[in-house]
Design a protein around this ligand. Sequence first.
Ligand code: HEM
Length: 570
Amino acid sequence: MPALRRLLLLVAVTVGVLALCTGTASAHANLTASNPTDGTSVSPSPTTVSATFSERVSIGVGGLTVRNTSGARVEQGSSSLDSAGTTVSVALRPALPDGTYVATYRVLSADGHPVSGSFLFGVGSGPVDASAASLSGTSGNRIWEIAAALARFVMYTSALLAAGLAFFLAFLHDRDEDRWRLIGWTRIATITALFGAAGIVIAQAALLSGRGLAAITDGRVLGDAVESRLGWSLAALVMGLIAVHLSTDIPNLTASQALALYGGLATAGSFAIWGHSTELSPIWLNTAADIIHAAAAAVWFGGIVGLVMVLRRRTDQPVASTAMIVRRFSTVAAISVGFLTAAGVALAWNATGSWSALVSTTYGRLLLAKVVVVAVIIGIAGYNRSWLVPALVQGEEERAPAESDSTTPVATLAFTEEQRATNWSLLRRAVTIEACALVVVMGITSVLVNVTPARTVIAAADRVVNQTRAVDTGTVNLVVVPAKAGENTLHIQYADAAGRPIDVANTLTIGFTLPSADLATITRQTTKAGPGHFIYTGPELSIVGTWTITLVARTGDFSEQRTEFQIPIH
Ligand code: HEM
C-alpha cells in the first residue's frame, strides 16, 4: 500500500507538471484573429473589440472584457456572438483616451473545453505597452488547468477501475471469499470517481468565469459549467457508476452480470459525450472508437488490478481455481487489448492526420509517450500470456490429480513445487508492474484529452497566412485570415526597423492577381485603421491557388512603395 500511494503521488505530480507545461496549448478552439490586431495601435478609438476563433464557441458567463492600464473596465454591455459562432464582440465606451488596453476572452469551445487568453491593443499613435498583459486576469488559469487535469486523472482512474473491477467480479472471479475485498475497492472507486467528476465541474466553472473557487457559489456559473455536453456526460457517468455499485450488492449472478456490463458501458460511454470525439470528424467513428476504447481500457485496467489483489491475497494457496481466473482473464485481456489498440489507433489517426504531427505538436508528442508506455505493457502482457500463464495452468492442472492420487510419482510432473512457486511469484510481479504502468497511461491521457488535437493545430496554422517583407522604411507584415477561397480579411502593418508602427501613407492600394488563371488584376483601396495599420475585408480571393497580392503605399506626390506577397489560398 505505501508503494501504491507513492506511485499515485508520483503520477499525480507528473500530471500536474505536464498540465503546467501544456497549459497554453490546452484550448481546442484557437484565437485566429482579433480586431484590433494583437499588439497594434489604432486611431481613432475603436467602437468594438472582437476575437475570432478557429471553430464555434459559446459565451455563457464568459465573453470579452477590456481593461485600461489602471485595471478599469472600458467595455459596455455584454458580449455577443456572430451568426457563424466564431467571432465574439463587445462594444467599447466612446472615445477612449490614448493608451494601451488589454482584452481578455473566456469562451467555451464546441467540444466543451474552456478557452481563455488575452490580446493587447493601443489607441492613438504610441506603441503598445507589453507590460499591460499582466492585467488580463488569466494568470490564475494555470492553477485551474492543473486542478482540472488532476480531477480528470482521479475520475478516469477510479471510474475505469470501478467498471473493470465490477466486470472482473461478475464474469471472471471464482466467487471465493476474497471477493469482499474486491467489492470494497469497487465501491471506493465509484465514490472516488464522483469526487473526480465534481472536481472537473469546479475547475470548469473557475476557468469559465475567471473567478476561482468563488465561482462555485454562483448558480449561473455552475449551470454554465455543466451546460449541454459536460452535463450529459456527467449524467451518464453517474448512472453508470450507480449500476456498477449495485452490481456488487446483488446476490443473483445474472442480474449482477447485467448491471456490471451495462453500468460499465454507460461509464465508459460517458467519456465520449464530452471532449475531442464530439468535434473531430467523422464524429460517428470517433464516438464509436471512444466508447470501445474506454470500455476495453476498463476491462483491462480493472481486471489487472483485480488479478493483482487476488494473487496477493492467495500467496499461500495458489490453486487450480486461481489458475482458472488467470486463464480466463488472460483471454479476456487479449481481446480487450485488440479492441483497445484498434480503437486507439482510429482515435489517434483522426486527431493527428499525419505521421509528422506526432513529433511536431504537443498533442503528438504526448500521444507518442502514451503509445511507448502501452507498448512496454503489451510486451509484458504478451510474455505472460504466451509463456507464464500456460506454464501456471499446466502446473496446477497436473498437480490437482497428483494431490488427490498420492500414487502419481512427483518426479513425473513437468513442474517442481519450486518452479510452480517461482512462476506464481513472477506472475504476481508482472501484473503489478502492468497495473502500475496503466496508471501512468491514465496520467498521460488526463493531460492529452485537454491538449488541442494535432490535426486542429495544423489546420489552424494552414488557415492563417502571415508573411513579412523588408521595405525601405523597415518591414511590412501581411496576415490573411482564413486564407480559404471566399471572404478573407487582410491585416497590413507597416513598422520601422525597431518594430514600431510607422505611418507610410493614409491610403493603400491592394492588387489581387492569380497568375495561374487568366484574370485581370483586381484593385481595391483601403484607408488607415491606425498607425501604419490597414484592414481590408472582401471576397476577391475567391479561387483556390497562389495569389499575388501587391500593396502600393503612396509615400509622396511622386513616390510610392510597392510590396509583393505570394499567398496560398486553400
Ligand atoms: C495503442 C495504445 C493507445 C492509443 C494509440 C491510444 C490513443 C488514444 C487517443 C488518441 C485518445 C483520444 C484523446 C483525445 O480525446 O484527444 C485516447 C483516449 C483515452 N485513452 Fe487511449 N490509447 C491507447 C491506449 C490506452 C490505454 C492502455 C488506456 C488505459 C487502460 C487508455 C485510456 C484512455 C482513456 C481513458 C481515454 C479518454 C477517453 C475520453 O475521455 O474520451 N488508452 N486514447
